[in-house]
Design a protein around this ligand. Structure first.
Ligand SMILES: [Zn+2]
Length: 440
């Protein structure tokens, strides 16, 4: 009954999304009433399409959007959802480390598959993940059909529970999956609190050698920044610049506690940022990532949910709204973070952060990663061409996603995942957590 990502690809036929409000995210940011034709996994026509197609999806009263891109996650941690709430980051890590120590490869796979299902049902077509055992996350991603950017986490030997050298593990993973259509390996780093100068240098060298991007946590909390400054005399961003680690192939999550000078360093070095407002607020990291200043300096910024432990959902519609409200409230300015910009963060700007110009917009020649949102809901009424974009940020929910398409394959149809057995995956994740909690 369910078709694997591979089977879906083999069966792939042309697809016509008929009569929706198409939020193109093109250079003019046009929203048009029309159709989108998908052939061979690519978008081949946008507007009034007269061609026939193997499958027609009626998009009347729906928004057709580029698939959302979540640029910071630890997806296997779905198994720890609701386990460490109402505590700051340090306490959360204490609790999660205890559970994490009992994770088996099967647990990571079960947790990751659950997360992939949740994301696809919420219209997310690409995600960035930072974790060990990324080979298990890759397995879940392949099974579900989602597009994944997977960063195997590297940290100093003395802090890791990984078998063998984290750097070597990461390198082996990168070599193994490089070249796959939907899995892009990255080199991951946990953060300055567990990574030495030597670890940063070696990771940068390995990433350059393999031609992959890097992903790390950076300046998430005040203690992280102050402790680092006490030890090294420099704030983390300044220090990473000094040791020659920063690069335009680095995607840094959080960047909450950064000065204007550090924002300029990020801009100068071309570092990309994943902003995680829900996680930062839930963990009471304090302060607000200075997004208006980052935009001013032309730093590429995208949006991340962060882990299901610190979010706790993987619904980017909810995160888009929080993102906008957080910055409006902190700046006492309703015009800060307008819906247009927030939507950019999850689409075109995220594609820029990942160096993937084929993603993030609905234009001829782009990869067909798309989502169809049902607007005919009490909470999205009235809808018309001029307010669709605003609805996507302020009114819609992940559960309004009717169809999700990745590389031209329909992975969610009528709100149901087509590639894997959702009920079975939920059951497996539920069981996996129950068994771990019994052990500790
Ligand atoms: Zn994180």
């Amino acid at each position: 009954m369910f078709k694997s990502g591979e089977e879906l690809r083999q069966q792939r036929m042309s697809l016509l999304l008929r009569g929706g409000f198409v939020v193109t995210q093109d250079a003019q940011r046009r929203v048009i009433k029309g159709d989108v034709l998908v052939e061979g996994g690519k978008i081949t026509a946008v507007g009034n399409v007269s061609d026939e197609a193997g499958e027609v999806i009626d998009c009347t009263d729906c928004a057709v959007i580029p698939g959302l891109i979540d640029t910071h996650n630890h997806v296997a941690n779905t198994l720890m959802r609701g386990l460490a709430d109402d505590v700051p980051l340090e306490k959360m890590l204490e609790k999660t480390f205890a559970v994490d120590a009992h994770f088996t490869r099967r647990d990571v796979q079960a947790g990751a598959l659950l997360g992939c299902i949740e994301m696809m049902k919420n219209g997310v077509t690409s995600f960035v993940d930072l974790f060990y055992w990324e080979d298990e996350v890759a397995r879940a991603a392949r099974e579900s059909g989602i597009r994944a950017f997977l960063a195997w986490v590297i940290l100093d030997q003395e802090f890791t529970t990984q078998k063998g050298s984290p750097l070597k593990n990461a390198e082996a993973f990168i070599k193994k999956v490089k070249g796959e259509e939907r899995i892009t390996p990255m080199a991951g780093l946990q953060g300055v609190y567990v990574c030495s100068e030597e670890t940063y240098r070696a990771t940068r060298e390995m990433a350059d050698r393999e031609g992959v991007m890097m992903h790390t946590h950076l300046s998430e909390t005040r203690p992280e920044v102050y402790n680092h400054q006490k030890k090294h005399g420099l704030r983390p961003v300044e220090w990473l610049e000094k040791i020659g680690f920063l690069s335009d192939r680095l995607l840094a999550a959080h960047c909450v506690w950064v000065t204007l000078n550090e924002v300029r360093v990020l801009a100068r070095q071309g570092v990309k940022v994943s902003h995680c407002p829900v996680s930062n607020m839930k963990l009471a990291s304090g302060g607000y990532a200075p997004l208006p200043e980052m935009f001013q300096e032309n730093v590429a910024v995208s949006l991340g949910t962060d882990s299901p432990v610190s979010n706790n959902g993987l619904d980017m519609f909810s995160d888009m709204k929080v993102c906008s409200l957080m910055h409006k409230a902190s700046r006492w300015d309703a015009s800060v973070m307008p819906a247009r910009k927030v939507f950019d963060l999850c689409t075109v700007d995220a594609a820029r952060c990942l160096g993937r110009s084929d993603l993030g917009s609905i234009e001829i020649g782009k990869t067909a990663d798309l989502a169809v949102i049902d607007l005919k809901q009490p909470h999205a009424t009235p809808f018309y061409l001029d307010n669709v974009l605003s609805h996507l940020v302020y009114s819609c929910r992940g559960s309004d996603v009717k169809v999700t398409i990745i590389g031209g394959d329909v992975v969610v149809r009528d709100h149901r995942v087509t590639s894997v057995d959702e009920a079975d995956a939920v059951e497996r994740a539920q069981k996996a957590t129950a068994e771990i909690l019994e052990e500790i």
